[in-house]
Ligand binder design. Structure first.
Ligand code: GLN
Length: 280
C-alpha cells in the first residue's frame, strides 16, 4: 500500500469513531511513524509503506480511535518555538497558553535578568519558552508530580536551558524559597464537577491533577495568589492563566492579597484567559 492509501484507510476508521480531524490526525501519526515531517510525507504519497511501519501505524491509529490525544501518541507537541516532549503525566501545551508567554516577554526587556518562579510547570512549556527568548533570565519551576518534572527536565536539557532553571518537587503551600521578579502559573482551574463534561480526549487521558481546581475551581488559584504575594518582590508581576468565567473572583483574590490588576488578556477564542497583576 502507498502512503496515500494508508492515510485514506486510517481516516475512514477515525471518522467512523467520530474523531474530529481524521485526515490530519492520520497524516501526523503516519509522518511520525515514518520519521518524516508532514510536508515530506505529503510530497511522497506514492511511496510504499513497509510492513513493520504499517503494523506500528495501525497500533497508533487504534490508540487514536480510543480518543487518546495525538500528542501522547507521537510523544511531543509544538509550543511557541519548540517541540516539547509530552506524555500522560503532563498536560498537553495549549495554543491559548502561548498568550501567557507573549505577555511575560512583553514585560522583560531582551537583555534584562529576572528571577522567575513557575508554579505547576508540567511539561515546562511556559517557563522554558520564556528562558529560550530571554537569555539572561533564570527560574525555579515547581510541580507536585515527580513524573511531570522528569518530562520538564528532559525538555530543559534538549533546549539547553538546564543551567538557568531549577526544578523543585513541591506543593506551592510548602514552598518558601526566594523572592521573585515575576511569578507565572497555569494552575488547575476546572471545577471538579465539570471534569466529566470535558472532551473524552482530555477527560480520559490528561492528568486530573493538572485540571482539577476543586469544588469551586479556585482551590489552586487561591493558593497560588496567597503564596505569590509572599514570594514576589514589591512591584513584581504575577501572570495567571484562568478560566474565562473566573475573572471577577480572581480580581477579588488579587486585591485581597495586595496586587493591582493591570490587565486581562483574551485567548484565541476571544475569551478571558490571562490576568496580569503587580504587587503593591
Ligand atoms: N504549566 C503547564 C502548562 O501550561 C502545566 C499546567 C498544568 O498542569 N495545569 O501547560
Amino acid at each position: 500500500m502507498n502512503y496515500n492509501a494508508v492515510i485514506n484507510e486510517a481516516s475512514k476508521i477515525l471518522k467512523d469513531y467520530s474523531i474530529k480531524s481524521p485526515k490530519l490526525d492520520s497524516e501526523i501519526i503516519l509522518a511520525n511513524v515514518l520519521k518524516l515531517s508532514r510536508e515530506q510525507l505529503l510530497l511522497n504519497l506514492n511511496e510504499k509503506i513497509s510492513s513493520k511501519d504499517f503494523k506500528f501505524f495501525i497500533k497508533s491509529i487504534q490508540r487514536r480511535r480510543k480518543k487518546e490525544p495525538v500528542a501522547y501518541i507521537i510523544g511531543h507537541k509544538e509550543f511557541w518555538k519548540e517541540k516539547f516532549k509530552v506524555n500522560s503525566n503532563v498536560l498537553i501545551p495549549r495554543p491559548d497558553t502561548e498568550i501567557i508567554v507573549e505577555e511575560v516577554l512583553k514585560n522583560i526587556p531582551l537583555k534584562s535578568s529576572k528571577n522567575i518562579l513557575d508554579i505547576g510547570t508540567g511539561s515546562g512549556c511556559i517557563i522554558l519558552s520564556i528562558l529560550g527568548d530571554r537569555i539572561k533570565c533564570y527560574a525555579n519551576a515547581l510541580d507536585v508530580s515527580i513524573k511531570a518534572l522528569k518530562v520538564a527536565k528532559y525538555n530543559a536539557k534538549i533546549q539547553q536551558l538546564e543551567n538557568r532553571i531549577r526544578f523543585i518537587n513541591s506543593n506551592i503551600d510548602k514552598f518558601c524559597n526566594g523572592k521573585y521578579d515575576i511569578i507565572i502559573s497555569n494552575p488547575p482551574y476546572i471545577k471538579s464537577l465539570n471534569i466529566k463534561k470535558l472532551d473524552d480526549d482530555v477527560r480520559l487521558y490528561e492528568p486530573k491533577l493538572a485540571l482539577d481546581g476543586g469544588n469551586d475551581g479556585f482551590s489552586q488559584i487561591r493558593e497560588v495568589i496567597k503564596k505569590s504575594s509572599i514570594l514576589i518582590k514589591k512591584k513584581g508581576k504575577l501572570f495567571l492563566e484562568i478560566g474565562f468565567d473566573q475573572v471577577n473572583e480572581t480580581k477579588k483574590l488579587l486585591l485581597d492579597n495586595k496586587f493591582y490588576v493591570n490587565k486581562i488578556v483574551k485567548d484565541l477564542g476571544k475569551k478571558n484567559r490571562c490576568i496580569i497583576s503587580t504587587k503593591i
